[in-house]
Design a protein around this ligand. Structure first.
Ligand code: ATR
Length: 271
């Protein structure tokens, strides 16, 4: 029987995961299907159980179910445990294993696809939700100089910073505290762009030659992109590479085969 995979979310119509995973499967000759499943806001667990009962082998989890996925799993990989969030599930017998491929995906896109070195860099991470937590560990592991996590709700940023403090130099603060500071890499991990807005950032935070990276991929010019361009960021990414890289890592977790990301990035690139 063909192996079945899916992405769970609400809403889910915007998800590019089925296109990406189907392209990976075709490219590597894997016998599998991948579809999107709209789970009711109060029915994530039931939707997953039903999928497993119907023969599901694994899944991705997107907004707003990442925390619930974290609760549902029977076992976590070390990187998911560290992140406190799971975006990839593996169904194996009675086990539901939770993994997190976001951090690896972001680092691979920045260092390999964009060719932007991270070692020794001053990094600013905007947001303190699950998306943000998923990338803190891998960023600190990559040998950055220092990480500042800024969030609208300041205590959340401080909690995340404390959680990762043993891994490297990291502090949490509010957006207004960024005034007068500049960074080599600014990563937007907030969901503000989903509502067409951006965090209230002071001017001057982009150092010469800096990289502006938006983690939530979406079409069109966003306020963050426009702000980064006006403020002199040298490299601006809307997060397409991370989207494809985290999917490739999930595919590798499920199938043990590493697909090529470039052809799939080209497939999705807006003309
Ligand atoms: P996720 O798991 O996808 O990160 P989340 O846990 O709901 O989702 O976190 C969303 C993040 O985006 C939070 O950091 C949130 O800030 P608060 O913690 O202050 O709520 C941030 N965010 C969402 N909308 C925002 C906006 N309009 N301006 C600034 N930050 C915003």
């Amino acid at each position: 029987m063909t192996d079945q995979y899916a992405v769970f979310g609400n809403p889910i119509g915007h998800s590019k995961s089925p296109i990406i995973q189907t392209a990976f499967a075709r490219q590597t000759g894997q016998d599998m299907t991948y579809k999107s499943i709209l789970a009711p806001l109060d029915g994530f667990d039931d939707a997953v159980e039903a999928f497993i009962a119907a023969g599901g082998r694994g899944a991705n989890v997107t907004v707003p179910f990442k925390q619930e996925a974290f609760q549902l799993v029977t076992r976590l990989t070390p990187r998911a445990e560290l992140a406190g969030a799971a975006n990839t599930l593996v169904f194996k017998g009675d086990e539901i294993i939770g993994d997190n491929t976001d951090g690896v995906g972001l680092l691979r896109d920045i260092t390999i696809n964009l060719g932007y070195p991270v070692a020794g860099k001053r990094v600013l991470l905007l947001g303190a939700g699950g998306a943000s937590r998923g990338v803190v560990g891998p960023l600190l592991d990559a040998g950055i100089k220092a990480l500042t996590i800024a969030n609208r709700t300041v205590p959340r940023a401080k909690v995340v910073a404390e959680r990762f403090a043993r891994l490297g130099p990291v502090i949490g603060c509010g957006y207004d505290e960024l005034a007068g500071q500049s960074f080599d890499i600014v990563i937007n991990a907030t969901s503000a762009s989903l509502s067409g807005s951006m965090p209230a950032l002071p001017v001057g935070i982009f150092a010469p030659g800096s990289l502006a990276y938006k983690m939530m991929y979406g079409m069109g010019d966003t306020p963050f992109r426009i702000f980064a361009r006006e403020q002199g960021a040298a490299v601006i990414s809307e997060g397409l590479g991370m989207l494809v890289e985290q999917a490739a890592e999930s595919f590798f977790v499920w199938r043990g085969v590493r697909p090529q990301v470039r052809p799939v990035m080209e497939l999705l690139q807006p003309a």
